[in-house]
Design a binder for this molecule. Structure first.
Ligand code: SF4
Length: 337
């Protein structure tokens, strides 16, 4: 195959296994906990509502629902959705389905090749029916200083948020690859350094909170918004990170407080027993905010524990700082650590 043909082929999503087999493998995976593990469908490598993917997305959702699973299922899209999608998605009765519409409002095509207004229209279309079984979220990301943080951008996002059940705002994962892309294309770099977490500078966060001062459904964390729209406590147990909750509605605070349990080291080890790769687990500390652990080979077993315990489980090697909300330190004053 020529290089050109290979590149063309690589641009089109291809199913690696049938939908039935994909669901079978998923629910047999040792990290999958029925009714507990939050799922994201076709998120990493493609968009779930691209024309070539759409039927697979609907089939996988229907297959999960037919098994009467009550897991959260997150479908993150920026694509055009259709009126008939409303009917199909409203037929799902068991899974807790949330549609998240990725919207940045960035106009520069070198950074955002797919126009934001498409996701905005999809959000409006899918949010309009009432009542409906699925929920909708304005997934406002990435917020990047100089690109989409003008007062007009914030105002536009606020207006759009009125259509959604909730809104999440997050920053940019300014990784080395992205910094290299910015430099190669002569784009002004938003930050002087890269980071392993998302960046939302303090001043920008303050401006967002001011623009959304009248909102009762703005969240910093995806899991908080997803849980809120289904009337459930946060499945990632963020309640211990108290400063995250200052923008949350009172009813949701009550839900999360009632569900908040600080696990013992023994309970963390018990939860890890199902995972052979967690044999080297050591619990470094437990506070009301989070448990810090070492000895896990990656993020996935840590997330498994977090969902099993409904409590934040951090990697002791990468401590979270107060008021950063699990974000990068870039753009925050150091004095409040
Ligand atoms: S109360 Fe706190 S943990 Fe619960 S959803 Fe709100 S922000 Fe998240």
């Amino acid at each position: 195959m020529t290089g050109q043909k290979q590149r063309t082929r690589d641009r089109y999503p291809r199913a690696l296994v049938s939908d039935t087999e994909a669901v079978r493998q998923l629910i047999r995976h040792r990290y999958f906990q029925p009714h507990v593990t939050p799922l994201q469908i076709f998120n990493r490598a493609t968009d779930p509502f691209l024309p070539a993917v759409r039927l697979h997305t609907l089939a996988v959702l229907a297959a999960l629902d037919a098994r009467e699973l009550r897991n959260h299922v997150l479908v993150i899209t920026r694509h055009q959705m259709r009126r008939e999608d409303i009917t199909q998605l409203n037929e799902l009765v068991s899974i807790r389905l949330t549609l998240l519409f990725t919207y940045s409002g960035i106009d520069d095509k070198r950074i955002e090749p797919y126009p934001s207004h498409v996701a905005a229209e999809s959000l409006k279309l899918m949010s309009a029916p009432s009542p409906r079984r699925y929920r909708t979220i304005l997934y406002w990301r990435p917020l990047v200083p100089g690109l989409n943080d003008s007062d007009e951008h914030l105002d536009r996002a606020h207006k759009l948020s009125l259509f959604a059940d909730a809104t999440v705002f997050t920053g940019l994962f300014y990784r080395d690859e992205i910094a290299a892309y910015y430099r190669a294309n002569g784009l002004p770099e938003p930050y002087g350094q890269t980071a392993r977490r998302k960046i939302v500078p303090e001043t920008l966060e303050r401006r967002v909170l001011t623009a959304f001062a009248d909102s009762a459904s703005l969240f910093r964390k995806t899991s908080c918004a997803v849980s809120f729209v289904h009337g459930l406590p946060d499945y990632n147990g963020h309640y211990g990170i108290r400063e995250l909750c200052d923008i949350c509605p009172l009813g949701q605070l009550d839900r999360c407080r009632d569900a908040h349990r600080i696990p013992s080291a023994g309970q963390i080890h018990d939860a890890a027993r199902a995972l052979p790769e967690a044999r080297g687990l050591t619990v470094a500390s437990i506070t009301s905010r989070a448990a810090a652990v070492t000895g896990l080979p990656g993020e996935q077993p840590r997330y498994y524990l977090q969902h099993a315990l409904n409590f934040q489980v951090h990697d002791a090697a990468h401590p979270h700082h107060r008021r950063r909300h699990g974000r990068a330190d870039v753009g925050w004053e150091a004095a409040d650590d």
